[in-house]
Structures are given as C-alpha cells and as structure tokens.
Design a protein around this ligand. Structure first.
Ligand SMILES: *Cc1c(COP(=O)(O)O)cnc(C)c1O
Length: 361
C-alpha cells in the first residue's frame, strides 16, 4: 500500500559510520543517536543498538524509550530522555531512561524520590540555555546554575552526570566556539565548586557537528547528539552535506490518482485554501497536473523533493499532493508512483502518520 516511507537501513548504518568518524575520531566526543524523528521504529532502533560506535540512544518521548529499552539493555549502551520530564511521567523516566535532561529543581527532586523508591540511581544532565531560548537555566543566571548543581549533587538517588545545551531549535541560534565556551566555563566552575568531574558536557545536536571540521568545538565538549545528520546526511547549522553521508537513506513513494491537463491558475474569486492561507499561484499556462494520494496529514509538502528533477510540487491539501509533471521526460500514467527525497519535517510526519507504510529496503 502507498504512500510509503522507504527506509534503507544499510545507508543509515553507513551514515552513522560517517558521523561517528567526525564526532568520535576527529571530535573526541561520545555519540548519542536520536531516535525520535522515526518514532523509535523498532528495526531502526535495533540497527542503532547493534552499531558498535553508538554510545547512547536518545529520544524526547519516554514512550519511545520504553519501546526499545530491552534492546538498549542487552547492548550495554545507555538511554537518554532529551525532553525535560513531565511530572506525570516521573515513574517511567526512572524505570526506562538511564539519563534525563533537566532544568527544574522540583522535577529533579521528584526523580530523586522516585529513584529511591525503585532502588536506582538516576543520572541527570543539567541544561543551560545559551540564548536559543528553549530549555535550560539561562546562562547569565550563573548563581542559579551553581546552586542547582550543588543541590543535585547533594541528592542521594540522582547523580549529576553532566551539563548540556541545545541550540538551533527555537531561536535558530548557531553553535560557535564562543557560545559553547560559555557552557564549558560554567561546567568548569561547577566542577571546581563541587570538587567533582562531570562525565558529560553535551554540546548540542546536528547543528554542532560542523564545528569539528573547523576545529572550533571547545575541547571540554565531549558529547554530541545526532538525529537529522545521520538520517539525512547534513549539518543543520548551514545545511552542508557531511562527508561520507548520503541523503537518500529515506525516501517517500506515493501513487498518482489523477493526471490531467488543466490551467495553472484557479478559476473564480480566490478565498483561502484548506488551511486558511491566502495562496499564491504562478501562471504557467496549461500544465499536466498529477495528483498523488498523500497530503499534509501524512507529510510536509515543503520537505518533499521529487527525485525526477523536472517535476515541481505545486501544493497540497490534507490528503492530496499536486505536481506539475509537464516538463518531465517520463510519460506518467495513473497508478505510477513518484519518489521524493525528504527534509526533516516531512520525515517526522511520514514516520508519525499511521496511513504511511514503513518499508525497509
Ligand atoms: C531532537 C533533539 C536532538 C537531535 O536534533 P537533530 O537536529 O535531529 O540532531 C538533540 N538534542 C535535543 C535536546 C533534542 O530535542
């Protein structure tokens, strides 16, 4: 059944080899592979836990970590919850994640109590916000960071495992030597004050990996967390292809349900489209239009790049994607399928939609 998300496990495995070379061999970091974009798909999680170079599996959702915790356990790797824990999921966080990222003392206290109940030690990475304005204690509030670290250190059933930061998500701020050095300085102060050595200084996601190649990753950063860069093969700071990776390990394939020649401009008074937006239409004259049975419920139209370079995506409604195939060398017919390489937002929705068949190639 179409539409399909085609997952090439061999290509994804080779992409992990390539990012490991940069992150571990050149960057001297441990490597966390992030599983959320493919909803912690079991086969993919198996490939990742089997991969000898992966140190941690990370996800933003505890239900995803729960799904593969058995695989992580036998692999000897550790599982990491990236999104700050909800108060309502504390029990599962302690049960299924070895490490969680945190910024709220109340939550960490709840983790400590729950860990005591379960007879476990739970590891905490304290997040610092370097200006992207998502999670973390704001970097200028140094006293709050030091005090929070001291309080965590004093708890019996949580361990202050490290410190971390996240960039290029909300504020689109690019990691640099300068802002990551602020994290390293603060971590150094925490170590000095508490007389400990932090195990992990986590320097960001796929937008930080480019710093390794430029020799700009501060020395104290010893971990990177990689999702998009192993899935799609690009650094997400500037969008460059990463050496040794491929961008077609994931493809979408959808089927044509209508193929007709029609004008490119709609006829009549223009209101708003299916999503309340006032659309813009380019006048291309009469064109050959293909309608595919896939829509915004299954994917993000802006992240669908046709493999046939002479095909353009014109638009999408909830269940339909409309293409201009006028210039293609291929004689498309109803029932033919069209393949696309993907951007992150499209992969996320394709993986999440229950209407999309996941096929391994
Ligand atoms: C999603 C996420 C990542 C992975 O991001 P990519 O850009 O896909 O590498 C890393 N860290 C945190 C905290 C995240 O939420």
């Amino acid at each position: 059944m179409y539409p399909k998300l085609l997952i090439d496990l061999k290509k994804l495995r080779e992409n992990i080899d390539a990012v490991a070379k940069i992150t571990k061999d050149d960057g001297g970091c441990t490597m966390m592979i992030v599983t959320k974009c493919l909803c912690a798909n079991r086969e993919v999680a198996k490939m990742i836990t089997d991969h000898p170079r992966v140190d941690f599996l990370a996800d933003s959702r505890i239900e995803n970590i729960k799904k593969y915790q058995d695989l992580v356990e036998v692999s000897g790797k550790q599982s990491v919850l990236l999104r700050l824990p909800m108060m309502s999921e504390i029990e599962d966080v302690v049960k299924y994640a070895d490490i969680s990222f945190n910024s709220e003392l109340a939550t960490i206290e709840a983790l400590d109590q729950e860990a005591a109940k379960q007879g476990k030690t739970h590891k905490v990475v304290l997040m610092v916000d370097l200006g992207d304005l998502r999670e973390g204690i704001f970097f200028r509030n140094k006293e709050e960071i030091l005090e929070t670290a001291a309080k965590i250190h004093a708890m019996k059933n949580v361990e202050l495992y490290g410190m971390g930061t996240n960039l290029t998500c909300y504020g689109a701020i690019i990691p640099k030597y300068d802002n990551l050095s602020v994290l390293c300085d603060i971590a150094g102060k925490v170590e000095e004050k508490l007389g400990i050595q932090l195990q992990m200084i986590s320097g960001g996601n796929s937008s930080s990996i480019y710093l390794v190649g430029e020799g700009q990753l501060p020395e104290k950063i010893n971990n990177l967390r990689l999702g998009e860069s192993f899935l799609l093969g690009n650094d997400t700071a500037y969008g460059a292809d990463l050496p040794g990776t491929v961008g077609d390990g994931l493809l979408c394939e959808a089927q044509i349900v209508e193929l007709k020649t029609k004008p490119s401009l709609p006829i009549g008074e223009v209101g708003v489209d299916a999503f309340g937006q006032k659309p813009y239409y380019e006048d291309r004259g009469e064109i050959k239009r293909a309608i595919l049975a896939i829509g915004q419920q299954d994917t993000d139209r802006g992240g669908m790049i046709p493999l046939d370079e002479k095909v353009d995506v014109l638009g999408a409604s909830s269940d339909h994607l409309i293409l201009d195939v006028t210039k293609s060398d291929r004689e498309y017919k109803v029932g033919d399928t069209v393949q696309f390489t993907l951007e992150y937002g499209a992969v996320l929705r394709l993986a999440t939609s229950e209407y999309v068949t996941k096929e391994f190639i």
